[in-house]
Structures are given as structure tokens and as C-alpha cells.
Design a protein around this ligand. Structure first.
Ligand code: URA
Length: 246
């Protein structure tokens, strides 16, 4: 991890302009390992343990760049930086909105879809997760308007299903029937409204949609809708493993 100037590091984490950070450092508002850091041009390695070592205004510093967040997305929030209404970014501390690199959702869940949503400021990781070449599994639980008819599993697994308005068939997807009107669907792509459109192609309608997993990563049991947590490297690795839905 390359050392960066303190004013640049904290500026990119939303703590203010370089001048403001220099001023704060001068008056003893920033400490590292218990000692005042008075020179804002000093270079600091932005290691993940920084919140345990550095304080700003007496509080542990925010995590440095390279953060990955798991949000249990509630219904009604949009995965957008600009739209009106409630946004998924609203659940994070307001200072995090000013971070550069910015925090973005890894793919999107519809406003009316709940469940596991990842957010990160790591552009490489984001692209690795959403890249179709990586085949990261996404597991959804769908509640349907009408009972399943029995043909859906074969249709989704065929690799021949072409969604309305598209010309490239979907990769095979696995359907697990939970009840006549509930199913778990595992897809390895992230096309626009994919799950809703797949069930529409099968003559049904999705009434409720919840993402349970991304790869082998699940929502922690104690994480209520609207709550989030930072993930460590071992949890991020789970994203690239096959889910065990059995
Ligand atoms: N498929 C959908 O239709 N909606 C989502 O939010 C995710 C997958």
C-alpha cells in the first residue's frame, strides 16, 4: 500500500479540503498511534487497520479506500447517485458521499427488490464481480402471482431463452421450486430486470423479489433490512465461490 500525503488521504475520504485538513493537523486534531500528526504533507500508508491507529477530531478515522460494504437493501431504495427519493447511499455516513474514489453499488437491484447488495469504491473489484466472464452466481427468491406450471425449470436451464427486446439467449439458470408460488432462481448474468423478465417470458409475474446470495456470500442473520456492514477479504472472496443452496 503506497504511502500518500495525509491531506490527500483524508481529503479523498471526505474530511474536507487540503487546507482544512492542514489546519486541523496543526491544532492537534489528527493523531496516529497516539501521537499528534501536525504536518499534513506527511505520507501515511492507507492500510486497512488505519481506523485502529488514527483519530480525527478524537474519533477513529473512517476506513481508507478499498472498502466493501454489504447492505441488506430494504424495499423502496434506488441504486442510483442522482435520482429523487430514497437512495441506497443514504444509509451510509454522510461524509462517505464525498469520498473519492466514490462508493458505488456493484450492479443494481430494482427499487422494489430487497436483499444482498454490495457497494464498493474499488473499481477493479466491482468490474470483476459484474463481469459476465466471471459467472458470479446471484441467487434470488421470487414470489409469483400465479402457480408455477412445471415447464419453467427446463426453460430457464435451456440456454435458449431470449428475453423480449434482446437477441442473445440467456445463459442457463437454475430454478428451485419452494412452493407453487415461490421459487429460488440462480443466474450468472445481470441483465436489466432479468429475473422479472424471465418469469414474464414464462407467462408469470414476479410480485416480490429478494436477493439471498451473491456467490457463496449470504446476508448475515443479524443484519436487519436497511443495515450494512463492512466486509473483510475472506468474505469478499466468498463472492467468487459457487453458492450452496441445498
Ligand atoms: N432481476 C430483477 O428483475 N430485478 C432485480 O432487482 C435483480 C434481478
Amino acid at each position: 500500500m503506497k504511502p500518500v500525503r495525509l491531506d490527500r488521504l483524508l481529503g479523498g475520504m471526505g474530511y474536507g479540503s487540503r487546507q482544512e485538513i492542514a489546519k486541523l493537523a496543526k491544532v492537534g486534531g489528527i493523531t496516529l498511534d497516539g501521537r499528534d500528526l501536525t504536518d499534513a504533507s506527511q505520507r501515511i500508508a492507507p492500510t486497512p487497520d488505519l481506523p485502529d491507529r488514527m483519530t480525527v477530531d478524537g474519533r477513529p478515522v473512517d476506513p481508507p479506500p478499498g472498502l466493501v460494504i454489504l447492505l441488506n437493501k430494504p424495499l423502496g431504495m434506488t441504486c442510483s447517485h442522482k435520482e429523487d427519493g430514497a437512495l441506497v447511499y443514504d444509509v451510509l455516513p454522510s461524509r462517505w458521499r464525498r469520498r473519492d474514489p466514490a462508493i458505488s453499488a456493484v450492479g443494481r437491484l430494482d427499487k422494489q427488490t430487497s436483499g444482498l447488495l454490495l457497494l464498493t469504491d474499488d473499481g477493479d473489484l466491482l468490474h470483476r464481480i459484474i463481469s459476465p466472464r466471471r459467472h458470479v452466481a446471484k441467487v434470488y427468491r421470487a414470489t409469483l402471482a400465479r402457480p408455477l406450471e412445471g415447464h419453467e425449470g427446463a426453460l430457464f436451464a435451456s440456454g435458449d431463452l431470449i428475453l423480449e427486446g434482446e437477441d442473445k439467449p440467456l445463459a442457463p439458470a437454475a430454478l428451485e421450486v419452494i412452493s407453487p408460488t415461490e421459487a429460488r432462481l440462480t443466474v450468472h448474468e445481470g441483465r436489466y430486470h432479468q429475473v422479472r423478465r424471465m418469469f414474464a417470458a414464462a407467462g408469470n409475474h414476479v410480485e416480490a423479489l429478494h436477493r439471498e446470495r451473491v456467490g457463496a456470500l449470504t446476508i448475515p442473520v443479524d443484519l436487519a433490512p436497511g443495515d450494512w456492514r463492512l466486509l473483510g477479504p475472506a468474505e469478499v472472496d466468498l463472492v467468487f465461490r459457487e453458492p450452496d443452496t441445498g
